[in-house]
Design a protein around this ligand. Structure first.
Ligand code: BGC
Length: 499
């Protein structure tokens, strides 16, 4: 038996929560040689499964680019490349009061945004948490809840006197950020193609969510007009460009993942019939999370990815997203751990039932494990003792950390392939561009942005350094309001007023 020491203490998470820890910590040198060798051997296996070579990344980026191009030619493609009817960039001179409603997977956010021109704005906002029942209930009821929250927000923050933004008989314009794939025929229309990110609300797929929302607005008699239905990536693109005009692409790496960019109308074959000036531009919501869905030809999926996919509520769908986004990374790591438990490699003699629940291993744990600054890896001790009632050895903790790094790095490098596909398609490499990025993975996962940049370097060589991601402006709030403003200006001027 290796010498073991029992210890206890506490560790504090970045959230401020303090975890009591008690553990059996074998020092590395205490472990029998065979155990050490086994962990190292296992790690080598996972390294080869989760590592993407530069050459493989170039092949993926090329296939990705072809898929994006195909999506622009005809409707109904796997990556739908959705025309958003957001025409060109904001001037920065947009002014006025606009409401923004942001329906995310966890919260509903209502904002009043006052655009002051010259890239300045003020924002007042409230958040309302969605219940499990709302996330799994009926579509119209969900939109009724949105309208109810808007009513409370308007009564509390705006009022309806003649001094405020809602003057008698006027309707306040609203941008509705609905971050799920919707095919659009006009800016205030959007047929939900599918729910993503595990949401499962009935009677909504295949329906025009803008019309459903308008029904709820009417029910609550709100002096509000839905001006634009937007995706979070499109909002991020416009908001980031509003403050940093070098921005050409926007990406979200959060619970879901997706990108938007500005396309030349002449290159959007599938909307030629609308007769829009070919020299104009329109933002495209790529919905790239669907890349390689169903056929699974291009992405290097491991058996853990296949399990994640097959046990999800949407098997086959969102293949790219399932390798990258925050909803899935913790689950991928959990599945590897469970395999090693079954093989009798990890947690011998301990009860591991708490790890057996799907999705119990939060992606935030991967961030915490990677950023643990202590030699003993105290944060990892804390996670396993507190959440799973499991004691870990140092060798196991080092293994977990290395595994988190492999899974997190693969996600970032695949993300770089998607960005490279847009950059290559649009010819942005020589002049370079900024990529506005948002979402919990991008903002909170240590080193995620650096790994994306490293991936772009691996794909493009030195020129890859011309493509720089930066933390984006609030697309779902401010971006949504700017788009509502741009749309109002466009329609008031009679430009493509029917879309
Ligand atoms: C949705 C996209 C969204 C992305 C980020 C994906 O699951 O399909 O519409 O932009 O998540 O929120």
């Amino acid at each position: 038996m290796p010498a073991s020491r029992r210890g206890s203490g506490s560790v504090t998470l970045p959230t401020g929560q303090t975890l009591a820890i008690h553990t059996r910590t074998h020092d590395e040198e205490d472990l029998p040689h065979a155990t050490k060798k086994t962990m190292a051997d296992h790690l080598r296996k996972y390294e080869s499964l989760f590592t993407l070579t530069p050459q493989r990344m170039r092949i993926i980026a090329e296939a990705f680019k072809e898929t994006l191009e195909l999506g622009l030619t005809k409707p109904g493609q796997v990556v739908p490349m959705i025309p958003t009817f957001v025409f060109g960039w904001p001037s920065g001179k947009e002014t006025g009061d606009f409401l923004a409603l942001d329906l995310g997977g966890t919260n509903l956010r209502v904002c009043l945004v006052t655009l002051q021109g010259s890239g300045q704005f003020e924002i007042t906002q409230s958040k309302y948490r969605l219940s499990e029942e709302q996330k799994n209930g009926d579509g119209q009821k969900l939109f009724d809840f949105c309208a109810e929250c808007l009513k409370t927000f308007v009564e509390t923050n705006i009022g309806s006197d003649d001094e405020g933004p809602i003057k008698d008989g006027h309707h306040l314009p609203l941008g509705f950020t609905f971050s799920y794939p919707c095919s659009q025929e006009r800016i205030d229309h959007g047929e939900l193609i599918r729910w993503t990110k595990g949401i499962n609300v009935a009677n909504t797929e295949g329906h025009d969510v803008a019309a459903m929302f308008a029904t709820s607005l009417a029910k609550y008699q709100l002096p509000i007009k839905l001006t634009a239905l937007i995706n979070d990536t499109t909002g991020t693109l416009i908001a980031s460009h509003y403050v940093n005009p070098r921005t050409k692409i926007a990406v979200i790496f959060g619970t879901g993942c997706n990108a938007a960019y500005m396309e030349h109308i002449k290159d959007i074959e599938k909307i030629k019939h609308l007769g829009i000036d070919p020299k104009a531009e329109m933002a495209i919501n790529c919905e790239w999370g669907a890349f390689d869905s169903f056929e699974h030809e291009h992405l290097p999926r491991t058996k853990y990815d296949t399990i994640v996919d097959e046990s999800s509520n949407k098997p086959g769908e969102q293949a790219f997203e399932k390798l990258i986004s925050g909803r899935y990374l913790g689950e991928i790591l959990r599945l590897v751990i469970c395999e090693l438990i079954d093989e009798g490699v990890l947690f011998l003699g301990q009860n591991t039932y708490k790890l057996e629940n799907p999705y119990c291993f939060d992606t935030a744990f991967l961030s915490l494990m990677e950023s643990d600054p202590t030699d003993e890896l105290l944060m990892i001790i804390g996670i396993f003792t507190h959440f799973f009632a499991l004691e870990t050895t140092l060798a196991e903790r080092q293994f977990f950390r290395a595994l988190a790094k492999l899974i997190g790095r693969r996600a970032a490098r695949l993300s770089a392939c998607g960005i490279a596909a847009i950059v290559g398609k649009m010819g942005y490499l020589d002049e370079g561009c900024s990529v506005g990025a948002d979402g919990s993975l991008y903002n909170k996962y240590p080193g995620f942005a650096d790994r994306v940049h490293e991936g772009l370097f691996d794909i493009f060589g030195e020129k890859g350094r011309n493509i720089i991601t930066h933390h984006a402006e609030d697309g779902s709030g401010v971006g949504s309001a700017i788009i509502a403003a741009m749309t109002k200006i466009r329609k008031d001027a009679g430009l493509y007023a029917n879309v």
